[in-house]
Design a protein around this ligand. Structure first.
Ligand code: ARG
Length: 280
């Protein structure tokens, strides 16, 4: 890359969005945009065996190379995907979501450079109007697909008292995102093993007034004490699974896999009624 000083004013102006994007991405606790795209410390998994892990994709916005993948999601009904509201924001898409006409959902694609699995167009979007971009609370959206995904591809949402929320419960997070925290986007689906954390521990990691505040009613945290295993940029909206149910959606965190900085997830049980209300 050329040094900034060498840029002409004209190109500096045209580079502004990129510069702002980089700055934004560097802010700790900011929801990662797709430009800086998960799973750190993970292992490859077979997408065909985890068909409820889906990729959100727009080739118009993100290019064809990785099937246009920019976020994750979870298939909770044959035609219903839940994802993060921030995935459909202007920051991530670069334009208003209403202007993205080629939004697709991809299931069962191990390698985004291939055309395997099932790819279905999104017919309808519901973005939680209560999503708060300041605190990231209520980070959920519901996508309705044009056609149903194959039978048996779905995963149930966890209920309020699900044992998957017990602190210390084993969970996995899935995604096609950054594997280093430095923009190494993976073409293959990966998963990382993390532990469900106590709300109080998460509150201490992200107190009010810091980069983002943890809110136990709408969020849940997962990670490992020594760090090194976490979701990352590009994994947003993707599922955190414990005891066979989706308990969380990748939402935010400070850096990726840093010690004492667990991943913060949308608490699915808190959104489940809204999701059902807005499912076709
Ligand atoms: N907001 C990010 C995204 O859009 C996900 C960040 C998750 N970060 C974490 N450390 N768990 O892809």
């Amino acid at each position: 890359m050329r040094p900034l000083r060498a840029l002409q004013p004209q190109s500096l102006i045209s580079a502004l969005p990129v510069l702002l994007g980089v700055l934004f991405a560097l802010l700790p606790g900011s929801p990662a945009s797709a430009g800086d795209r998960v799973v750190v410390g993970g292992r490859p998994v077979d997408a065909a065996k985890h068909p409820w892990v889906v990729a959100l994709a727009s080739r118009d916005r993100f290019g064809t190379e990785r099937s246009g993948q920019f976020c994750g999601g979870a298939l909770v009904g044959a035609r219903t995907v839940i994802t993060a509201a921030h995935c459909l924001s202007r920051e991530v898409l670069g334009v208003d979501h209403g202007r993205v006409d080629d939004l697709h959902v991809i299931s069962g694609r191990n390698d985004l450079r291939k055309a395997t699995g099932h790819e279905v167009k999104v017919r309808k979007k519901w973005i939680n109007p209560a999503y708060d971009t300041g605190t990231n609370s209520g980070d959920v959206a519901v996508l309705t697909l044009d056609k149903p995904m194959p039978a048996g591809s779905t995963i149930p949402m966890a209920g309020r008292h699900d044992k998957g929320y017990k602190p210390g419960a084993a969970a996995e997070v899935y995604g096609w995102g950054d594997i280093s925290g430095y923009g190494d986007y993976e073409p293959r689906l990966r998963a990382a093993d993390v532990d469900m954390l106590e709300d109080s521990a998460c509150g201490r990691a992200y107190p009010k007034g810091s980069e983002g505040a943890f809110d136990k009613d709408s969020m849940v945290c997962a990670g490992v004490r020594e760090g090194g295993r976490d979701a990352c940029q590009g994994d947003s909206g993707g599922p955190l699974v414990a005891h066979g149910r989706v308990v969380g959606l990748v939402s935010w965190g400070a850096g990726c896999g840093e010690e004492g900085r667990p991943g913060v997830y949308t608490r699915v049980s808190a959104m489940a009624d809204l999701v059902r209300e807005h499912s076709a």
